[in-house]
Design a protein around this ligand. Structure first.
Ligand code: DGL
Length: 269
C-alpha cells in the first residue's frame, strides 16, 4: 500500500509571493517534500476577474494532483478570497488549506481596539472577503481595507525594501495612522517581502500579521492529527509557467537555498 506520508505538499501562487508561505512551512515542517508552482507567465492575479483566477487555479490544482500531492495550500489571497469555496467543491478529494482564514483568526486574537487594517490586491479587496470574515467572528470590528496594486510588480522585480518600495509604501499606507488601527493584515503573500518598508508607515505598536505564519501552524496540526506527517523527506521542487532568472534569484533569496525552477506548460491542464 502507498505510504501517504511520503507524498509532497502542493503549494501555489501567481509568482514568488507564495514562497513566503513555503518559508514558514519549512520552518515548521522541514521534512516535508514540497512541490511549488508559481504562475510567472500570468502574474499578477490581483487585476484579473474571479472567473479567470478560478480557471487558472483549476489548471494549477490539476497539475499538482498529477504530482500526487497529499494536500494543497493556496498561498495566494486573491485565489483564497475569490474562489476558495468553489475550488473545494470542484476538488473534494484533496484537503485544501488557504491563507485568508488564518490571517483573520490571528488578527482577531491580536486586536484590542477592534480596528483592523487590511491591505491586498485589487481583487482581494474588491471581494470584501476579509471584511466579511472578520465581522463574522468579531461583530463590532471596524475594518479599513486598501488595495495596493503596485506592490506585486515591485516584488516580482526584486525591489525588496529599497527606495522604490519605501515611497510606494508611503503612498499607500501613510494615512492609515488616522484610522487608529492596532492590527494590520498583510493580505497578499507578496507583501511580507516588503514588511520593512511598510512598517515605516503604520506607526509603532501595530501588530503586522503575516498569514503565512498561522497557515504553517494549521498545516502542521492537520498533518499530525491525520497521521500523515513526513519525517524523512525535505525535498523542494519548483515549477513556473514562464522561466526567467528573476524567479530563481528571488526564490533563493527568500528561502536561503538554491532554487532552479522548471518551466511547464500549465495551459494543458
Ligand atoms: N500573492 C498573491 C496574493 O496573495 C497574488 C498577487 C497577484 O498576483 O496579484 O494575492
Amino acid at each position: 500500500m502507498e505510504d501517504i506520508t511520503k507524498r509532497p505538499i502542493g503549494i501555489f501562487d501567481s509568482g514568488v509571493g507564495g514562497l513566503t508561505v513555503v518559508k514558514e512551512i519549512l520552518k515548521e515542517l522541514p521534512k516535508e517534500d514540497i512541490v511549488y508552482f508559481g504562475d510567472t507567465a500570468r502574474v499578477p492575479y490581483g487585476s484579473k476577474s474571479k472567473e479567470v483566477v478560478y480557471n487558472f487555479s483549476c489548471q494549477i490544482i490539476n497539475f499538482l494532483l498529477e504530482k500526487n500531492v497529499k494536500m494543497i495550500i493556496i498561498a495566494c489571497n486573491t485565489v483564497s478570497s475569490n474562489c476558495y469555496e468553489e475550488l473545494r467543491q470542484k476538488f473534494p478529494n484533496v484537503p485544501i488549506i488557504e491563507v485568508l482564514g488564518q490571517g483573520v483568526n490571528s488578527a482577531i486574537s491580536y486586536t484590542k481596539n477592534k480596528k483592523i487594517g487590511v491591505i491586498g490586491t485589487e481583487a482581494t479587496i474588491k471581494s470584501g472577503r476579509y471584511e466579511q470574515k472578520i465581522k463574522e467572528n468579531l461583530k463590532e470590528a471596524k475594518v479599513y481595507s486598501r488595495a495596493c496594486p503596485l506592490f506585486v510588480p515591485i516584488v516580482e522585480e526584486g525591489c525588496l525594501n529599497d527606495n522604490i518600495s519605501y515611497w510606494v509604501s508611503k503612498k499607500y499606507i501613510e494615512d492609515f495612522k488616522e484610522f487608529d488601527i492596532d492590527t494590520l493584515i498583510l493580505g497578499c503573500t507578496h507583501y511580507p517581502l516588503l514588511k520593512d518598508s511598510i512598517s515605516n508607515f503604520v506607526g509603532e505598536n501595530i501588530n503586522i500579521i503575516n498569514p503565512a505564519i498561522p497557515t504553517a501552524l494549521t498545516v502542521k496540526k492537520y498533518l499530525i492529527e491525520n497521521n500523515i506527517q513526513n519525517l524523512y523527506g525535505g525535498k523542494c521542487e519548483f515549477f513556473v509557467s514562464d522561466k526567467n532568472d528573476k524567479f530563481d534569484f528571488i526564490s533563493s533569496m527568500i528561502l536561503n537555498k538554491e532554487c532552479n525552477a522548471e518551466k511547464i506548460n500549465i495551459e494543458k491542464y
